[in-house]
Design a protein. Structure first.
Length: 287
């Protein structure tokens, strides 16, 4: 509701700052001013903290594409790699053979997280980080704050692993297990960047490549397989040389006895045709 209120009160803006981030930035500035009374260079410590608080508070309005079975980027960032790998056990995916799309987000990236598909949130697991790890330099480093989310739509699943530093309130999820989400809905925040791994089915169509810049909630990563895909259509229609639909090998297919056009013995002379017609009439038995 807070986000909707911000959009209604500032319709001319494409983004803004969270109020808690602004309050934290002002507090950091005040601390810097107080420290400057002790020693002037200490002011820059508070100033740097103020800049970090403002970057962590940034958000932006996004419009999800109108795409059936689409998969969109859960966050802003750059695609680092696209590889085939097994999903982690915490993801609780039915099919562990997936394609992992690894996304890196800078500390200056906006903090909103978006639902990658339209469906339900089936599983949510969070792990608190350690305060000694301020930034997520590596995606699998120890001490990171990590969240595992599993989204499902029509028996197809997409998993999302979100990782960031453990220092401060870095992740804030606004969704619960069982929630129904539309494509691109905001379900939480991740502050000051980090990593995001998106696990999609191995048979999902992909539309991205390493090095591509993503816009969270808008950039299409791929498309889930639907019931009307071409391969299923071909299996229903049959291939050349196969029996017609509904006919088995045991069934006999009746063949017509009609002659081919070039096999029919049709006289070209009308007089001959008339003579044959009279002869057939004479030979016809009377009732």
């Amino acid at each position: 509701m807070t986000e909707d209120l911000e959009r209604k009160t500032t319709p001319w803006l494409t983004g803004g700052l969270d109020w808690e981030g602004v309050a934290a930035a002002l507090a950091c500035l005040l601390v810097g001013l107080l420290l400057s009374w002790v020693w002037d260079p200490l002011f820059w410590v508070g100033f740097a903290a103020m800049i970090a608080a403002l970057m962590a508070a940034r958000w932006s309005n996004r419009v999800a594409p109108d795409l059936a079975n689409g998969i969109v980027a859960p966050c802003d960032g750059v695609v680092v790699s696209v590889t085939r790998t097994d999903a982690p056990g915490e993801m609780r995916m039915t099919d562990s053979a997936t394609t992992r799309i690894r996304i890196s987000s800078s500390p200056a990236a906006t903090n909103r997280l978006y639902a990658p598909i339209a469906g339900s949130l089936e599983s949510l697991i969070t792990e608190d980080g350690e305060h000694s790890v301020p930034f997520a330099m590596r995606p699998d480093a120890d001490g990171l704050a990590v969240s595992y989310l599993l989204f499902e739509s029509r028996a197809q699943q997409v998993g999302v692993r979100i990782a960031t530093g453990g220092l401060g309130p870095r992740q804030e999820l606004e969704a619960e297990t069982g929630d129904i989400m539309r494509l691109g809905r905001v379900f939480g925040k991740r502050r000051l960047g980090g990593w995001c791994d998106v696990y999609v089915p191995a048979n999902a169509g992909q539309l991205i490549w390493p090095g591509q810049t993503l816009v969270g909630g808008e950039t299409v990563l791929g498309r889930l397989k639907s019931g009307m895909d071409e391969d299923e259509f071909e299996s229903m229609s049959g291939e050349a040389g196969e029996l017609p639909l509904g006919v088995t090998d045991d069934d006999e297919i009746e063949e017509d006895d009609y002659p081919e056009p070039d096999e029919a013995d049709t006289p070209d002379d009308p007089a001959v045709m008339l003579a044959r017609l009279k002869e057939a009439t004479k030979n016809k038995p009377e009732d």
